[in-house]
Design a protein around this ligand. Structure first.
Ligand code: SF4
Length: 361
């Protein structure tokens, strides 16, 4: 499907929202619509928004002018129009597909963070109304976001104005999973970029450490994700962790996590690097314990390799291991998912994160 954004740069939000309705679709951004192919036009002129969709020969459109004065306090005009346009697109897509996504126009990964922010500026009642009426989130999911935000509150309260966290991204993976929207490259296509990426990353870590020191900031947590940090060689991974240790007061952080998500990237050597740098939390993510589903999503490992990597990490002394499972993966079934869930529980991971993707209808 072609995506055409006119007078705005909302491609990312447009594509992510379309992807919720058409999870299998391939999207490309173009300047103008080519005839015969499905397209979505998101056009803005001042405070006027026009959405036009051409889907399987059917044209749908909506046009509205918004009073930018009615935006929430602190909300930039750009974000206001992006949100209003997303709602127009959402309504057209719901009507066309007869499907109403429970998270409304939200496509990010931290709805509770947004709920916390809104609660602090608007208060709980208005934040809840905003989720339901302005972001189109269902009442059930709004209640969930509220519950998570409230549970997180005591942890957030420990932070001070000087608190900060460090996120280090390693955008490489052994292979690309079919459902993934993170920025990452497969080892096969980008292996030769790893040394120079790590070089630049270490420079940035050092500079960030200097700035944090100058500002007198307190480091609360470190999270190395991506991608898959253990897609790096043990030597490159050590270079990154050594640079973090030289640049930040690692021993006083409350949590230090390194994702070892893909079992096909876990080795004894890399686990030792993680252990010796002071990281206490890792994740080893089965996603599913069905070998057929693993193959269908583009993962080059078996479920047995997940079990082996998990036990290997336990043997190395890691007791805080997270496992991610995903419901709704291509070719998966309810029975398969149930057996995946039971198998994951049998390992008693410290945290079991349950995620879901929507299967194409
Ligand atoms: S391992 Fe994770 S980050 Fe990498 S492609 Fe798969 S889902 Fe994306």
């Amino acid at each position: 499907m072609q995506i055409i954004n006119i007078n705005n740069s909302y491609h990312y939000e447009t594509e992510n929202l379309l992807r919720v309705f058409f999870p299998e679709e391939k999207f490309r951004c173009t300047e103008s619509a080519e005839e015969g192919e499905d397209y979505c036009i998101f056009e803005t002129h001042g405070s006027k928004i026009k959405i036009e969709l051409f889907l399987s020969g059917e044209k749908l459109s909506d046009e509205k002018c918004f009073c930018t004065e009615s935006r929430e306090e602190g909300e930039a005009v750009e974000s206001f129009l992006e949100r209003k346009g997303a709602v127009m697109l959402f309504d057209l897509l719901c009507a066309y597909t007869s499907y109403t996504p429970p998270w409304g126009i939200l496509t990010g990964v931290r709805p509770a963070k947004l709920m916390t922010k809104l609660m602090s500026s608007l208060g709980e009642k208005k934040a809840v109304d905003y989720f339901i009426n302005e972001l189109k989130v269902s009442e059930e999911k709004t209640a969930l976001a509220l519950m998570v935000a409230k549970n997180e509150a005591p942890l957030m309260a420990v932070n001070t104005e000087k608190s900060h966290s460090l996120y280090v991204s390693i955008p490489f993976c052994p292979s690309r999973c079919s459902y993934c929207s993170f920025i990452s490259h497969s080892n096969e296509s980008a292996k030769k970029l790893m040394p120079s990426y790590v070089e630049k990353l270490c420079e940035e870590i050092k500079t960030t450490g200097d700035i944090a020191k100058k500002l007198g900031l307190t480091l609360e947590s470190i999270y190395m994700g991506g991608g898959t940090p253990t897609a790096l060689t043990a030597e490159l991974l050590k270079k990154v962790t050594d640079t973090i240790s030289e640049s930040f007061p690692v021993s006083s952080v409350r949590e230090y996590t390194i994702e070892a998500g893909r079992p096909d990237s876990v080795t004894d050597e890399k686990l030792e690097v993680i252990k010796s740098c002071g990281a206490t939390r890792i994740s080893i993510n089965p996603q599913t314990f069905s070998d057929d589903v693993l193959k269908a999503i583009g993962r080059n490992h078996t479920s047995q390799m997940t079990v082996d990597a998990f036990l290997q990490a336990r043997e190395k002394g890691f007791d805080n291991i997270n496992m991610d499972l995903i419901a709704g993966l291509p070719t998966d079934t309810v029975e398969n998912y149930e057996s995946t869930l039971r198998r994951a529980l049998s390992f008693s991971p410290y945290i079991l994160s349950l995620l879901s993707v929507r299967q194409p209808s």
